[in-house]
Design a protein around this ligand. Structure first.
Ligand code: NAD
Ligand code: IPM
Ligand code: MN
Length: 361
């Protein structure tokens, strides 16, 4: 098999294409200046394409990605012209569910003191990672509507939790903790109210956690987790939770690290890392910012770092992080994080730092 790594790029909607373009340029730099064996494959998918010809996520593309690609880089999906978001769900869930990428890994790391909005807290207090279950829970689409549009209407989305699904994400969190020298894993659920579905999480957390005697396991209800994250985020190292709670908690986490423009993520099949994986900033398509060159590209650049680490170049994740930190220190960043630059300029500044370092190596 070829040693080259093929990467599919889907810019998507709103600010997605703007930040993905900058992330793509960073990959091009790595390919051309550092000689990384990367092949880029640009895919025209998203709201524009859907509105043109009703294409969402064609089966032949899905199969080709799975066969040929090491990774997918996704911008964001969601466009007010497609109010039902059918294209967004087909593409995003087509990738997450279709490739069984059960671990949505979302680091919450502040790269500058001033980005932490909590009084008396700084970057040293915000360094945790959320393991969000990514293939089941309330996202599976099981349910329906009945008597829609009448006063008697019923709307149901089931919260589906399987032993296998819960166990593998909890195990992934403990494995990560062990590999990174972390002392504690928190599991967040709502087992006091959801006593069937979430009691399973409690039991599995206990039994899997016992296999990791060196790591402390702490249970926390998700509502209290939100409280504690704001009061003192420094007590958290690894948090594992379900699909819906992970979505919500990582937007809160993004606020602790300077906003959604700073939050990166990976979607992986943690026990078979050779499978295609997907990387995306945590943020959405931010329609009001689209086309104005104001979106923060750093989440997308940091996401490239996560991708390169996953593909076997862990030093590059740290290098990109250092370059972004420097940009923040020098004010070479967008307005949301205290700078004056546009999307293109801020990203180009970071790439220049990376390029200089690569030349010096
Ligand atoms: P959003 O993430 O687009 O925006 C939330 C807030 O964060 C807004 O104030 C926005 O201006 C700000 N923000 C987001 N990214 C930013 C960036 N890079 N730089 C500066 N500010 C940034 O969330 P939303 O408004 O709830 O959703 C908009 C659309 O995006 C919806 O259609 C939603 O479904 C979709 N969405 C998609 C994804 C994805 O594809 N992965 C993720 C989240 C939301
Ligand atoms: C995210 C997003 C998605 C999610 C939406 C767009 C379905 O909010 O990736 O955080 O809920 O997973
Ligand atoms: Mn979200």
């Amino acid at each position: 098999m070829s040693q080259r790594k093929k990467i599919a790029l889907i810019g998507g909607d709103g600010i997605g294409p703007e930040v993905t373009r900058e992330a793509r340029e960073l990959l091009v730099l790595y390919r051309d200046a550092a000689g990384l064996p990367l092949d880029l494959w640009d895919l025209d998918l998203g709201a524009d394409r859907y509105l043109r010809d009703k294409t969402t996520f064609p089966a032949e593309i899905a199969v080709a990605i799975q066969r040929e690609c090491a990774a997918v880089l996704l911008g964001a999906l969601g466009d007010p012209r497609v109010p039902g978001l059918e294209h967004a769900r087909d593409i995003l869930f087509g990738i997450r569910f279709g490739y069984d990428l059960y671990a949505n890994i979302r680091p919450v790391r502040a790269l500058a003191d001033r980005l932490v909005p909590l009084k008396g807290r700084g970057a040293k207090d915000v360094d945790l990672v959320v393991f969000r279950e990514n293939t089941e829970g309330s996202y599976v689409g099981i349910g329906g509507q009945f008597k829609r549009g009448t006063p008697d209407e019923v709307a149901i989305n089931e919260d589906v939790n399987t032993r296998k699904g819960v166990e593998r994400i909890i195990r992934a969190a403990f494995e990560h903790a062990r590999a990174h020298g972390k002392r504690r894993v928190h599991m967040a659920d709502k087992s006091n109210a959801m006593r069937h579905a979430h009691e399973l999480w409690l039991r599995v957390f206990d039994s899997v956690g016992r296999e990791y005697a060196d790591i402390e396991r702490a249970h926390v209800y998700v509502d209290a987790l939100c409280l504690y994250l704001v009061q003192d985020p420094s007590q958290f190292e690894v948090i594992v939770t379900n699909n819906l709670f992970g979505d919500i908690v990582t937007d809160l986490g993004a606020a602790l690290q300077g906003g959604l423009g700073m939050a990166a993520s990976a979607n992986v099949h943690a026990s078979e890392p050779g499978r295609v994986a997907m990387f995306e900033p945590v943020h959405g398509s931010a329609p009001p910012l689209a086309g104005k060159d104001v979106a923060n590209p750093f989440a997308a650049l940091l996401t490239v770092g996560m991708m390169l680490a996953h593909l076997g170049w862990p030093d590059e994740e740290r290098r990109i992080e250092r370059a972004v930190s420097l940009a923040l220190d020098e004010g070479k960043c967008t307005r949301d994080v205290g700078g004056t630059l546009g999307t293109r300029e801020a990203a180009a500044w970071v790439r220049d730092v990376v390029a200089r370092e690569l030349r010096a190596d």
